[in-house]
Design a protein around this ligand. Structure first.
Ligand code: NAD
Length: 450
């Protein structure tokens, strides 16, 4: 089989590479010339565990190609996946200009029956717009070529994208013809060996499924953050509460970890877009409005704790930040809570020394040159002469550091842990002043006994 994947970002590159991995002839297309030139030389635009080796392997086997030329790449394809960005417009709705632009290009250049698949996250009704755009272009060509549209939302998680794509929990596909269903079934058959299903449904339901999934996950996070904040006030420990509720199989123990708010390229924009879709159609998503507002507050919680500890006097102080990316195992900095924390610290006249295993380049790109932000070559260098350590992203390598070295390098033994990766009692015993999320702050034992 032969496919084109249009848009070679996180989703397009992973999708194209994984389809190539199972033997399908894939061309990944992008308008970004530099990205395509780099990929042709084996330079990847993103960090994703396992992706580089897989790209190189499939390029060398000539199953995976990169191109800026959609007109040529689309010829003879069984399916074209649209995987371009759908950023939020000013009003929060998903901006479909890239998706529909690609649809038009496909209509201009396709040369036989094709399934046009939206893989980008798009609101209900978008497949119809795609269909219309392709049809209009075919009419301009006075072409009677047939095509179908399908909606195939992507559920991969950055940081585990390859695993998620190769062994998906489920594949959701919205189709409107048996022919399209048959093409999609053939394409995805190699990924179903783990026994998880393809769920075929109508197109609007598939489009809605993606937003409902991300909104449910964002809701779990905001709910748990709300509970965590209340735990702090009431003298409870959210780590205990989490275990207590997670053991109920109706609730489950995944995705109920409190922290400093969700970020990334998907949850914030998808929650916004669903709220907007609802309001455009005369309905109010009250839960999601609350989810958003809890999240905005939560991004400031770490900063508030810093401010509280230092009694509002942050000017001239230096803070070591461990972690910059919005979550571990990715260099994605889009909507990362670290950006909010850094801006707030700088606004108070503080300095930031940050370390992240892979996201420093991306952070430099997003933050630009900033006099009071420096980047360390490892986590310990970031601590030298810092007034406190702030845990922002829970990279595995931060979980079990050498606390005696941390204590020696920091000016004050203060850890403000936005991801609850350390144990408050242990920190107290080690002589640290420790703040977590939804747990009671502790002062070092030594100070208490003095
Ligand atoms: P991205 O910004 O990383 O990549 C989009 C790519 O599309 C860019 O390289 C851009 O140059 C390219 N592009 C734009 N217009 C184009 C055109 N006309 N022709 C060819 N290429 C074009 O975006 P992403 O993170 O991969 O997300 C893509 C879509 O998938 C979004 O709708 C997103 O919501 C959804 N999604 C993302 C994730 C994720 O974890 N990143 C997961 C599931 C779904």
């Amino acid at each position: 089989m032969k496919i084109a994947v249009v848009g070679t970002g996180y989703v397009g590159l992973v999708t194209g590479t994984c389809f190539a991995e199972v033997g399908i002839d894939v061309t990944c297309i992008d308008v970004n010339v530099k990205k395509i030139e780099d990929l042709r030389q084996g330079i990847l635009p993103i960090y994703e565990p396992g992706l580089e080796e897989m790209v190189l392997r499939n390029v060398s086997k000539e199953r995976l190609q990169f191109s800026t030329d959609l007109a040529t790449a689309i010829k003879g394809c069984d399916a074209a996946f649209i995987a371009v960005g759908t950023p939020p417009g000013e009003d929060g709705s998903a901006d479909l200009k890239y998706v529909l632009g690609v649809a038009r290009e496909i209509g201009q250049h396709m040369d036989g029956y094709l399934v046009v698949v939206t893989k980008s996250t798009v609101p209900v009704g978008t497949a119809n717009k795609v269909k219309q755009a392709v049809t209009e272009e075919l009419q301009k060509r006075q072409s009677a070529l047939q095509f179908d549209v399908a909606s195939n939302p992507e559920f991969l998680k950055e940081g585990a994208a390859i695993e998620d794509f190769l062994k998906p929990d489920r594949i959701v596909i919205g189709v409107e013809s048996e022919k399209a269903e048959e093409v999609m079934q053939r394409l995805y058959k190699p990924f179903l060996l783990n026994g998880h299903p393809i769920i075929f449904m109508d197109v609007p339901s598939a489009e809605m499924t993606k937003y409902a999934a991300n909104s449910m996950l964002a809701t779990k996070i905001s709910f748990m953050n709300d509970i965590a904040n209340l735990c702090e006030i009431m003298g409870a420990d959210v780590n205990m509460v989490r275990r207590g509720i997670g053991s109920d199989t109706r609730i489950g123990n995944k995705f109920i970890y409190p922290g400093i708010g969700y970020g990334g390229s998907c949850f914030p924009k998808d929650v916004k877009a669903l709220i907007k879709t609802a309001s455009e159609n005369g309905y109010q998503m009250q839960i999601l409005q609350a989810v958003e507002s809890v999240n905005e507050n939560q991004k400031e919680v770490l900063f508030s704790k810093v401010k509280k500890h230092f009694k509002g006097e942050l000017a001239g102080k230096t803070f070591a930040l461990w972690g910059l990316s919005f979550k571990p195992k990715t260099d994605d900095m889009r909507e990362a809570p670290s950006l909010v924390i850094i801006e707030k610290l700088l606004a108070e006249g503080a300095k930031v020394k940050a370390y992240d295993p892979v996201a420093i380049k991306e952070a430099q790109h997003m933050l630009g040159e900033k006099e009071n932000v420096s980047y360390a070559k490892d986590e310990y260098e970031a601590l030298i002469d810092a007034d406190a350590l702030l845990i922002v992203t829970e990279w595995p390598e931060f979980r079990s550091p050498n606390f005696s070295v941390i204590g020696k390098l920091l000016k004050n033994k203060v850890i403000i842990d936005g991801r609850n990766i350390y144990d408050a009692k242990e920190m107290q015993t080690l002589g640290f002043c420790y703040y977590g999320i939804g747990v009671q702050e502790v002062q070092p034992l030594t100070e208490m006994t003095n």
